[in-house]
Design a protein around this ligand. Structure first.
Ligand SMILES: O=C(O)[C@H](O)[C@@H](O)[C@H](O)[C@H](O)COP(=O)(O)O
Length: 212
């Protein structure tokens, strides 16, 4: 792998401008070469950078196909839904055909939504086992996570599936409450010398606990 290229902007505006110019250049060359531009996007600050900079750009939006590198399993009207942020902040603004953006189906279970999403991707990349997108735009969180893949998570070892479901807190709840970790996770260090610790969990978060 070639060494990473690092580009630093002095302000958010500069970062957005530089990034969006790169995306548009990539879109132009992909559309020229193959007739479409397939791009995967993430959530977080990337949404702001893209939605601020892209709408005023010149490109053939009908040739774009937007997928999600990670997405939260929430209804479209939830403020945490990355799809809706791009739909309102980009797709609707530029008049891109709504079928050119591919959301997950939050009405399905997390597992079924992952299977369904893989099918959606394969329809756009019918001739290949491992789809190759023209561009994948990833963000990184303060702990180094990307695509909802957190440090030490077992999904980091996944080598075959192209889409995997990840159940938010279930793994970490199990580690905090039942793990035998040498270095305790922050939440596992809540140990009052005088008083109780009470966890209120929804079913999903509690789903990996063995001792309840
Ligand atoms: O669930 C995720 O993994 C996030 O949605 C991810 O897509 C986001 O890119 C990072 O969390 C970075 O976010 P910031 O750019 O806001 O730091």
């Amino acid at each position: 792998m070639a060494a990473p290229i690092i580009r630093v902007g002095n302000t958010d505006k500069e970062v957005s401008k530089d990034l969006c110019q790169f995306v548009i250049d990539k879109a132009t060359s992909s559309i020229q070469e193959r007739g479409t531009f397939t791009v995967g996007v993430s959530g977080g600050s990337l949404v702001k950078y893209l939605c601020n900079g892209l709408p005023s750009s010149k490109t053939d939006w009908t040739k774009w196909r937007i997928f999600f590198c990670d997405e939260r399993h929430v209804p479209y009207d939830n403020s945490e839904c990355t799809y809706t942020l791009y739909k309102t902040g980009l797709v609707d603004k530029v008049g891109m055909p709504p079928e050119n953006i591919f959301p997950i189906n939050p009405d399905l279970s997390v597992e079924d939504a992952a299977v369904d999403y893989e099918k959606k991707i394969r329809l756009v990349f019918p001739e290949t086992d491992i789809p190759r997108f023209d561009l994948l735009l990833l963000g990184m969180g303060p702990d180094g996570h990307t695509c909802s893949l957190f440090p030490g998570h077992q999904l980091l070892e996944e080598k075959t599936r192209i889409i995997s479901p990840i159940k938010g807190k279930a793994d970490i709840v199990q580690r905090v409450l039942e793990g035998k970790e040498e270095v305790l996770l922050p939440a596992a260090r809540v140990r009052p010398t005088n008083g109780d610790v009470i966890w209120y969990l929804d079913k999903g978060a509690a789903s990996k606990l063995k001792n309840i």
